[in-house]
Design a protein around this ligand. Sequence first.
Ligand SMILES: CC(C)(COP(=O)(O)OP(=O)(O)OC[C@H]1O[C@@H](n2cnc3c(N)ncnc32)[C@H](O)[C@@H]1OP(=O)(O)O)[C@@H](O)C(=O)NCCC(=O)NCCS
Length: 245
Amino acid sequence: MEDTRLNRLIIIGASGHGRVVADIAKLNGYEDIVFLDNNSGLKECAGYPVLGPDTMTAGLQGKIIVAVGNAYIRKRLMNRDQGRDFPILIHPNAVIAEDAVIGEGTVVMAGTVVNSGARIGNGCIVNTSSSIDHDCAVGDYCHVSVGAHLSGTVCIGSCSWVGAGAIISNNVNICSNVTLGAGAVVIKDIEEEGTYIGVPVKKMLKDKASESRFGGGYFSYKIITNIRFFTVPANVCRRGRRRTA
Ligand SMILES: CC(C)(COP(=O)(O)OP(=O)(O)OC[C@H]1O[C@@H](n2cnc3c(N)ncnc32)[C@H](O)[C@@H]1OP(=O)(O)O)[C@@H](O)C(=O)NCCC(=O)NCCS
C-alpha cells in the first residue's frame, strides 16, 4: 500500500549523531520521526523506529535528513535522493543572524552562533557550541565540529571537516576536502587538500582521515558494555527553548 505521510521526517543514520538530530527535529515540531540505517540489527533509536536500510527512502514519503558524519556519504545520499525535501534543522538555542543563509539538509546544533552575512551550504553539520562569524562562507557537506570557531570572513570549500575546538583566523581561505584536527589553529590559507593538525597547523604526512573520508562513519552505533549508565533526573535535564516567530 502506498505510504502517504508527508509530515514525516526520515533520518538516515541511527547513530549518536542521529539521536541529536532527532532531538532537534522534535524541538522543530516533527512528531512522526523514523530512522533508516544499514545496520539490520537496529530496530529502535532514541525511541523512534529504525525501519530498514537507507534505500527505503524510495518507498517512503517524508522529508529526509542525512545524519551521517562522513561528508562523502552525506553527499552521495543527498544526491541520490535529489528532488526530495531536505529540511534545515536549527536547535532553538542556536543564535542565527537574520541575514545568514543556510542550505537545505543542514543541521545547526545547540549553543551555536551564526553571525551576519554568513553563508552555509547544503548538507552541513554545524555542531554544538561552534561559531561561524560574519561573512563566512562554508561549502556544501562541511562539518564544523563541537566548539570550533570560524572568525570573520573565513571561506571553506566543500566536504571539509573542522575538528573539535579548532580555530580559524579571520580572512583565511581553506580549500575543499580538508580535515582540521581537533584543537587546530589555522592562521594562513590552506590550498591543498589533506589533514592538518597543531598550532599553527601543519599538514600530516600520513593522511588516514583522507583515506577513510572522514571517520564518524555510517556504522558508528557502538555497543558499549561494562559501563554504568546514570539516568539524568528529569528536573536536571533542561530542554531547549522553542523560538517563537
Ligand atoms: C587529525 C585526525 C583526523 C588524525 O587522525 P589519525 O589520522 O587517525 O591520526 P592518529 O590518531 O593516528 O595520530 C597520528 C599522529 O598525529 C597526532 N595527532 C592526531 N590528532 C592530532 C591533533 N588533533 N592535534 C595534534 N596532534 C594530533 C597523534 O598524537 C599522532 O602523533 P604520533 O605519531 O607522534 O604518535 C584526528 O586525530 C582528529 O583530530 N580528528 C578530529 C576529531 C574531532 O574533532 N571530532 C569531532 C566530532 S564532533
